[in-house]
Write a protein that binds this ligand. Structure first.
Ligand SMILES: O=C(O)CCC(=O)C(=O)O
Length: 254
């Protein structure tokens, strides 16, 4: 594969430092609003689909089959930023359109992403969280505990047996490891992006507004990550070179 030739400079040295120190970063006006039209169209086409289990959820891994979503996940500007955070050899691992409708409902319990992913080792990833709507406290923006990713420590989340917005059996961190007083709200507008480390403690409250709060969340790992194959999962080397670690990569097929 041809290595990306331009020096990526989407993020400033301060941005990169802030991401590593605090475990997350927000970037305003990253995408022109129309760049999100393909995901919006997809969401509207599929939001009425009957629930047939997580593996059949059309909101998960839509980039496997939808060109517009694959293109958004691999847009050079986004990969430039991801490259600055995890290095030049980038694997697109997962994507999920999270549609938090208005009028109450469920939030997302405090959790860490990395420990939730048994297939990958190490479990260090960056998530690009791409809002399709303006997100604020009322409609349940993401909340993070800054710095909680430090040392990439698994803080011991457990399955709760309860549902949340994204899981039938949501995992949640024990209360004593979540310093909720330090939580920060990630307030974003459509067109902005936030990036978060896979060990940062984060979650979100229910949507108490009558506005939708939807987002596309996209996970990337460095190609040095060992990824166990699974029949119903695909990973794509979207920039740079493979490592000789047995990972199997797919190509997008129309
Ligand atoms: O969208 C949300 O409320 C939670 C998202 C999340 O947990 C994630 O993208 O890692």
């Amino acid at each position: 594969m041809i290595r990306h030739m331009l020096h990526p400079s989407m993020l400033s040295p301060d941005d990169i430092r802030r991401y590593h120190d605090r475990g997350y970063l927000t970037v305003s006006n990253f995408f022109a609003p129309e760049r999100l039209d393909g995901v919006e169209r997809y969401l509207q086409q599929h939001e009425g689909a009957a629930w047939q289990g997580k593996s059949a959820d059309p909101m998960r891994e839509a980039h496997y089959h939808d060109r517009a979503i694959y293109d958004l996940c691999t847009t050079p500007k986004l990969l430039d930023a991801v490259e600055q955070l995890i290095g030049p050899d980038i694997v697109l691992l997962y994507s999920h359109i999270i549609n938090k409708k208005g009028g109450g409902g469920l939030g997302v319990k405090w959790h860490q992403d990395g420990p939730y992913w048994p297939r990958i080792e190490p479990k260090i990833a960056v998530t690009a969280w791409i809002p399709l709507d303006d997100c604020d406290v009322e409609n349940g923006c993401i909340q993070v505990i800054p710095g909680s990713h430090a040392g990439h420590v698994d803080l011991g989340q457990r399955a709760t047996g309860e549902r949340d917005l994204i899981q039938d059996h949501a995992v949640a961190l024990p209360d004593e490891v979540v310093d909720a007083k330090r939580a920060e709200n990630i307030i974003l507008n459509r067109g902005d992006v936030s990036f978060h480390d896979s060990y940062i403690v984060h979650g979100s409250q229910p949507n108490h507004s009558n506005r939708r709060r939807a987002a596309l969340t996209v996970r990337y790992v460095p190609a040095t990550t060992r990824i166990q194959p699974r029949q119903d999962r695909k990973q794509y080397l979207v920039r740079g070179n493979p490592t000789n670690n047995g990972n199997e990569y797919m190509h997008f097929v129309e």
